[in-house]
Design a binder for this molecule. Structure first.
Ligand SMILES: Nc1ncnc2c1ncn2[C@@H]1O[C@H](COP(=O)(O)OP(=O)(O)OP(=O)(O)O)[C@@H](O)[C@H]1O
Ligand SMILES: [Mg+2]
Length: 379
């Protein structure tokens, strides 16, 4: 097995070494007229879990398939541990793969399923037995060697697929929406399982999903994609808090978008007049010139709601009066739609408080300037 790490060790390690497990340089993939992947430069550092995140059809699977050797790039190069692999066949790349519907062989026992990859590597019998046993222990299903896949639940079968992938001690683990067939609770559990196992083994993992929560919860880095192109790349907090464009801000999290125009710098702030006439303060930056058309982005979770009462003092700036038009419970949170006097409707998500605001109630809605993102307006 590759060197194993204690949980939590992985970020520290990242800083020390910078060796790349996988690298894509200027990769394009065209299928006739369809450009599935365009001008893709990606670096996957050894030992990290990187998620490719994006909507259906953006090219995620195509990238995995090219790394695996199931497709070859139309242009550009792919490197695995520093070696160019464009012409290396799939069985010589030593990769572990788990796909959404990569079913187990139904007529083979769990042992034979897990041992499958070892058989083709001529691993001796006793060693095979030991390694299968260890792999099953790692996915927390010890002793199921003699069962058939149909005797296991969906989540357990996916764990067997995981055992089958790690038993060969792959240099990279490729996972294409491996959890999407599972129900919500099981998914959550498997998410943690994959994350823990990945840290324990320290195996570089490329995980594909179109589920932003999945990506945010388990990744060291996230690559956000759209139409075959990389939109943004970074740590989960970075991508979530500092989206570079409308697409990323919209795809990750619940965002309010309001068009506006920069009025100018005021002290530490950039002052913006939004199209409903209100003035909003965003963090100061030299980048914004007066008159520049911008798009203001505010995460629904960043709004504070306050009762509209005499004894309540709300911050002077970025506070507006509105009426609760709609509200709905979402487990631990409440989602509110608040309409301002000029018709703008803002989406706010608050933790469930003892006394939630009623529909029709007048409230004050505030957002601290630091949570007001500004983007160049795209047309
Ligand atoms: N073998 C193929 N022949 C022609 N077009 C293809 C082929 N494989 C993929 N495509 C096209 O390439 C684009 C990217 O497909 P890909 O499967 O990589 O998307 P994806 O991000 O994995 O989507 P999903 O989330 O739906 O799985 C799509 O437009 C798809 O139709
Ligand atoms: Mg896909």
């Amino acid at each position: 097995m590759p060197k194993s790490f204690q949980p939590g060790e992985r970020r520290a390690l990242e800083k020390e070494s910078k060796s790349l497990a996988v690298e894509l340089k200027g990769v394009y993939k065209r299928f006739d007229k369809v450009v599935a992947v365009e001008k893709m430069d990606l670096e996957f550092e050894e030992g990290t879990l990187v998620t490719l995140l994006g909507p259906s059809g953006c090219g995620k699977t195509t990238i995995l398939r090219m790394i695996a050797g199931l497709e070859s790039p139309t242009e550009g190069d792919i490197f695995i541990q520093g070696k160019r692999v464009n012409d290396t066949p799939i069985h010589k790349r030593n990769l572990g793969m788990i796909f959404q519907n990569y079913a187990l062989f139904p007529h083979k026992t769990i042992f034979d399923n897990v041992a499958f990859g070892l058989k083709y590597r001529s691993v001796p019998r006793q060693e095979t037995r030991d390694r299968v046993k260890r792999a099953l222990e790692m996915v927390r299903l010890p002793g199921v060697e003699d069962r058939m896949p149909s005797q296991l639940s969906g989540g357990q079968q996916q764990r067997i697929a995981l055992a089958r992938a790690i038993v060969i001690e792959p240099v990279v683990l490729l996972m294409d929406e491996p959890l999407s067939a599972l129900d919500e609770n099981l998914r959550e559990e498997m998410r943690m399982e994959v994350d823990n196992l990945q840290q324990l083994l320290g195996v570089t993992t490329i995980f594909v999903t179109h589920d932003q929560r999945e990506a945010l919860s388990m990744s060291d880095r996230i690559v956000v994609m759209k139409d075959g192109r990389k939109q943004q790349e970074g740590g989960p907090e970075d991508v979530y808090n500092n989206p570079v464009n409308h697409f990323v801000a919209d795809f990750l999290g619940h965002s309010n978008f309001i068009n506006g125009e920069v009025l100018g710098r005021e002290g530490e702030y950039t002052k913006v007049r939004v199209e409903d006439g209100n003035e909003i303060y965003a963090p100061g930056s030299e980048a914004w010139k007066p008159g520049e058309p911008v798009e203001l982005v505010v995460r629904a979770q960043k709004f504070d709601l306050l009762p509209d009462k005499e004894d309540v003092t709300a911050p002077e700036i970025n506070t507006f009066k509105g009426i609760v038009k709609d509200r709905s419970y979402m487990g631990g949170e409440v989602s509110y739609f608040v309409e301002l006097a000029n018709g703008t409707v803002l989406h706010a998500i608050s933790m469930v408080s003892l006394k939630p605001y009623r529909r029709g109630e007048t409230v004050l809605i505030h957002v601290p300037p630091r949570h007001c993102g500004l983007l160049k307006r795209e047309n």
